[in-house]
Design a protein around this ligand. Structure first.
Ligand code: ZN
Length: 280
């Protein structure tokens, strides 16, 4: 998962993100395209450190700049804020942003936590209860320290398999077993889940049912878009943050410029079968 992607794909991908972001970046256009009501957006990060042609790894300086922006603009919100907002119990008069980090890479503890703490920004880390091939894990003590410092811990399953591509029995196990083990490690309830990969092909009503039956109240996809009150709580959209984007893109993304990437989420699987894009 941490290997670099081919230069040709890298350039294509960056060009596509830039294109979509530029399309809706102009201030005059944004309200017309995506509405002017303040909304919640959930950002997805993955890991931190060297990032040459690795879109899911972000260097420390870039991450710090982004977190400082959230702090200065007073945009950041917590998982419980999002839960209340989704259920209609929290009114917002400005856009809000929730930081989420998938996969439980040790760099979440080593690199992201100190920056989040420094700026007082809450976040959610979706983790596997233990390391599996391709996914090194944090220790239970590190997870507890994250939780004690404003980083809520959610589940990202046990084995990082697509919940829509395994049997109902296996999906139920992935959801329940990861929750049980994380709750045991943390000594507190785990209520949020992030579907591994989370694309259109990795989420399904059956997968959502498995997640709900295991006791989760919120589940996050990798499909792009803002969150509005009344959102389906087990299909919450997010927006991927990648390395290699120009600096102006982060504020634009927080303002909605990648919401339209949802169209790519929808069209891409049709164009790319059988060769599948793997999002961590
Ligand atoms: Zn993942």
């Amino acid at each position: 998962m941490s290997s670099a992607i081919k230069p040709s794909r890298w350039i294509l991908k960056k060009a596509a993100r830039l294109g979509v972001a530029s399309l809706s970046a102009p201030k005059a256009l944004v309200p017309r395209v995506i509405g002017s009501e303040p909304v919640f957006r959930v950002l997805t990060y993955h890991r931190f450190g060297p990032c040459h042609r690795m879109p899911f790894s972000l260097d420390l300086k870039t991450f710090e700049r982004q977190i400082r922006y959230l702090a200065e603009q007073k945009l950041a919100a917590s998982l419980s804020d999002l839960e209340r907002y989704a259920g209609g119990g929290l009114h917002i008069d400005r856009n809000r942003v929730l930081v989420t980090i998938d996969d439980g890479d040790p760099s979440v503890f080593e690199i992201a936590l100190p920056i989040l703490r420094q700026y007082g920004i809450p976040a959610v880390a979706f983790v596997l209860p233990a390391a599996v091939p391709g996914f090194p894990a944090m220790t239970n003590a590190q997870l507890r320290e994250l939780a004690a410092n404003g980083v809520a811990i959610g589940s990202h399953s046990v084995n990082h398999r697509s919940m829509a591509r395994i049997s109902a029995h296996e999906a139920a196990h992935e959801a329940q077993e990861s929750r049980d083990r994380l709750e045991q490690a943390l000594g507190e309830p785990v209520r949020a889940f992030a579907y591994p990969f989370g694309t259109r092909s990795d989420v399904s009503p059956e997968a959502a049912h498995a997640v709900q039956s295991a006791g989760y109240t919120l589940a996050f996809t990798s499909l792009h878009g803002p969150v509005r009150p009344g959102v389906e709580p087990l299909m919450i959209p997010r927006i991927k943050i990648e390395s290699g984007d120009p600096d102006w893109m982060f504020p634009a993304i927080c303002g909605g410029s990648l919401d339209l990437w949802r169209i790519v989420d929808t069209v891409l699987p049709m164009l790319q079968r059988p060769q599948r894009v793997v999002y961590p």
